[in-house]
Design a protein around this ligand. Structure first.
Ligand SMILES: Nc1ncnc2c1ncn2[C@@H]1O[C@H](COP(=O)(O)OP(=O)(O)OP(=O)(O)O)[C@@H](O)[C@H]1O
Ligand SMILES: [Mg+2]
Length: 156
């Protein structure tokens, strides 16, 4: 399968899901595009994955810095937020995205819609949707054959 969807009814559910994702990806690393409205739970998911990988630092939103990186856990995490680049153009950051798509690390990109067409490599895409309370629906799609294995691991 190339798709896995999970509805989380509380932050605890999301913590469990993030742990599952960390376990499914930490041996190989993964490039991840995150989609979803403001406040959907993109940064929250990255924070919980970081927690699952024993990252010591506090994970904050990279919306002003564009990139935050964390090196104190089991594998490095690179966390991009492209929101502020909407007008400048994603071309300024394409090389970095490519560089961080390789190797045993987890690279997350929030507001990935601003990079469409510029990431031809295999990746996982996560769509986050929500309503008024603590319900969050996380939907994972494998783009490229090399990422299908991650989806199968999550289904177990
Ligand atoms: N089940 C849940 N899973 C994840 N987050 C939840 C859940 N329930 C409530 N929340 C809350 O929803 C908020 C999600 O905010 P977050 O900063 O992750 O959004 P975002 O998608 O990164 O938004 P932005 O586009 O502004 O960066 C947090 O305050 C988080 O605590
Ligand atoms: Mg965010």
């Amino acid at each position: 399968m190339d798709k896995y969807t999970k509805t989380c009814y509380s932050i605890e559910d999301t913590r469990e899901l993030a742990k599952k994702f960390a376990d499914a990806t930490k041996e190989v690393g993964c490039f991840v595009n995150l989609f979803g409205d403001i406040g959907a739970g993109k940064t929250a998911f990255v924070r919980l994955v970081a927690e699952a990988l024993d990252i010591k630092e506090k994970v904050t939103s990279p919306s002003f810095t564009i990139l935050n990186e964390y090196h104190t856990g089991e594998i490095p995490i690179y966390h991009f937020d492209l929101y502020r680049l909407e007008n400048v153009g994603i071309k300024t950051i394409t090389d970095e995205l490519r560089e961080y798509s390789e190797g045993k690390c987890l690279t997350f990109v929030e507001w990935a819609e601003f990079s469409q067409g510029e990431v031809p490599f295999d990746r996982i895409e996560i769509n986050v949707t929500y309503d008024d309370d603590d319900n969050r629906c996380y939907s994972f799609t494998a783009i490229g054959d090399s990422k299908k294995d991650i989806i199968s691991k999550m289904e177990k």
